[in-house]
Design a protein around this ligand. Structure first.
Ligand SMILES: [Fe+2]
Ligand SMILES: [Fe+2]
Length: 334
């Protein structure tokens, strides 16, 4: 089970932040992994999510809802196990801390690969940041439901309380694909191969380079530490599983593998430099741009030369086996 907890402080009263979270249908506005949420009744919701290219549908029930304090839900059926809690803490009259705790069972290699490099954690952090911008830009919620659902161990169907205030007019229905079409998307396509996983990790690296570059202060340090972890995990997998195959099984592979290893060592040296030095902001930014250029050029070489050559020269079944080996190596402690 993957579990991620992350917080954001928003400049709105606790009531506004809470009310917005009672509007499940608005989640796709700020949660990138959520395609649609349909509120079936006060307690039940139907979710369509898409994480690392995998589309899922499931029903969830609200297991606890306390106005201005917390909302907890968990999946009841469908093809994914998912649970979430969001809590609200009033820091000041116009300032609220929103903490989201999500747990789910990753399905398939792409989701496992995303989880192990922290892509899921980064996505949820980014989503909360989007929530902050969404609610602060509006200044008010799109709707509210002030009913209460006391914590329950079972799945009691009866509603626990009548709303203390009339609900706002229903939001317009969110566009939602039919269950049939989404289900066929989820089951379509074969298992990912090693190039699918590496390319998706490259995209995570690129996103994190951009976000680190744009951030400031402690947030920049945090993102930078995540970037270093991600790069190390990614390159470990390539060096143990991918480059050796390139060297031995691909036309012109020896030269190609040497060139890629040289680029990876250069990135390692750059990272070691910053870990040794206490740089001021200006020096860090100049150094970071050098690392960013080196990493982007390296990823482009892999995507334009090495990956297409692997796809051309290797059997698809071998590439899928390598995907499993890659995830096993990246998940291992050493
Ligand atoms: Fe690489
Ligand atoms: Fe790579």
């Amino acid at each position: 089970m993957s579990d991620v907890t992350t917080s954001v402080d928003v400049r709105v009263p606790v009531r506004t932040a809470y009310n917005q979270w009672t509007q499940f249908a608005s989640f796709p506005e700020f949660m990138t992994g959520v395609v649609a949420v349909q509120q079936l009744d006060d307690r039940r919701t139907h979710w369509v999510t898409e994480v690392a290219g995998a589309r899922r549908e499931f029903d969830a029930e609200i297991v606890e809802q306390l106005p201005d304090q917390r909302i907890a839900w968990r999946s009841t059926d469908g093809d994914v196990r998912h649970s979430g809690t969001v809590t609200f803490e009033a820091l000041a009259e116009e300032r609220t801390r929103v903490t989201v705790d999500l747990g789910w069972q990753p399905q398939g290699l792409m989701e496992k690969a995303g989880g192990l490099i922290g892509a899921d954690r980064l996505q949820i952090k980014a989503d909360l940041e989007r929530f902050r911008r969404f609610i602060e830009a509006r200044g008010s919620e799109t709707g509210q439901w002030r009913g209460e659902i006391p914590e329950t161990a079972g799945s009691a169907p009866a509603r626990a309380a009548v709303p203390t205030e009339p609900a706002m007019p229903a939001e317009p229905a969110m566009p939602r694909e039919s269950a049939e079409s989404a289900a066929s998307t989820a089951s379509a396509g074969s298992a990912p191969d090693v190039v699918d996983i590496l390319t998706s990790q490259h995209q995570q690296v690129k996103d994190l380079l951009d976000r680190t570059s744009a951030a400031e202060g402690p947030e920049k340090q945090l993102l930078f530490a995540e970037l270093v972890d991600l790069l190390k995990t990614h390159e470990k997998g390539e060096q143990r599983v991918v480059h050796p195959v390139t060297r031995n099984s691909v036309e012109g592979g020896s030269q190609m593998a040497n060139a890629r290893l040289g680029e990876e060592q250069r990135a390692d040296q750059l990272i070691a430099e910053v870990e040794d030095l206490s740089m001021n902001g200006y020096e860090f930014d100049a150094w970071f741009e050098e690392l960013r250029s080196a990493v982007l050029a390296h990823a482009e070489h892999e995507e334009r030369e090495e990956f297409p050559r692997l796809r051309r020269d290797l059997d698809p079944a071998r590439l899928r086996t390598m995907a499993e080996e890659l995830v096993a190596v990246q998940t291992a402690k050493n």
